[in-house]
Design a protein around this ligand. Structure first.
Ligand SMILES: CC[C@H](C(=O)O)C(=O)SCCNC(=O)CCNC(=O)[C@H](O)C(C)(C)COP(=O)(O)OP(=O)(O)OC[C@H]1O[C@@H](n2cnc3c(N)ncnc32)[C@H](O)[C@@H]1OP(=O)(O)O
Ligand code: CO
Length: 134
């Protein structure tokens, strides 16, 4: 079912400050900010060769990550994203296994222009899981 680890996401209260740390302190190559209003976030990616780090900050008043930042005001690990070959078949298998698919259960287009879904953190050892079809 699972392919590669596409990215590990870190939610941050201030994206520009987080980018400066990664770029200036860690020497990382960071993409330009990408506003994703459908997802209520602005993101950048740090390409690591074997996977990516996604830094994300809230976008808009009712961002999906606002609650997370209330509980974690300095930011923190937000989700992991695994690649899958067939997101609809994977979704249906997971639903049949009783897993909660977040949102309306239909894939949305994510930051990479690919369909993504999210699985409830309570079903995966307290970790929010994103699936991205590659
Ligand atoms: C797709 C674009 C981009 C990309 O990579 O391409 C992105 O990744 S965008 C990422 C932002 N979008 C999402 O996160 C969508 C999925 N997330 C959600 O639907 C919500 O954030 C949800 C349901 C995970 C949490 O909702 P909320 O913050 O309102 O909190 P709740 O009180 O309902 O949470 C219930 C329960 O889960 C715990 N929780 C919340 N967020 C996380 C998390 N990131 N990791 C682990 N656990 C999380 C929360 O603390 C609650 O636990 P409890 O023990 O009841 O306090
Ligand atoms: Co993500």
């Amino acid at each position: 079912m699972l392919g590669r680890l596409n990215h590990v996401a870190i939610a941050v209260p201030d994206l520009a400050a987080a980018v400066a740390v990664y770029r200036n302190t860690l020497g990382a190559r960071v993409t330009e900010p990408q506003a994703l209003p459908d997802h209520g976030v602005t993101v950048v990616f740090i390409e690591l060769g074997n996977t990516k780090i996604e830094l994300l900050e809230p976008l808009g008043a009712d961002s999906t990550i606002a609650g997370f930042l209330v509980k974690n005001p300095a930011g923190g690990m937000h989700h992991v994203c695994y690649e899958v070959d067939d997101i609809l078949a994977t979704r249906d298998q997971l639903k049949a296994a009783g897993t909660r698919i977040l949102g309306d259960g239909e894939p949305k287009i994510g930051a990479h222009g690919k369909p993504v879904l999210f699985l409830h953190p309570k079903d995966f050892q307290g970790t929010l899981v994103e699936l991205e079809q590659v």
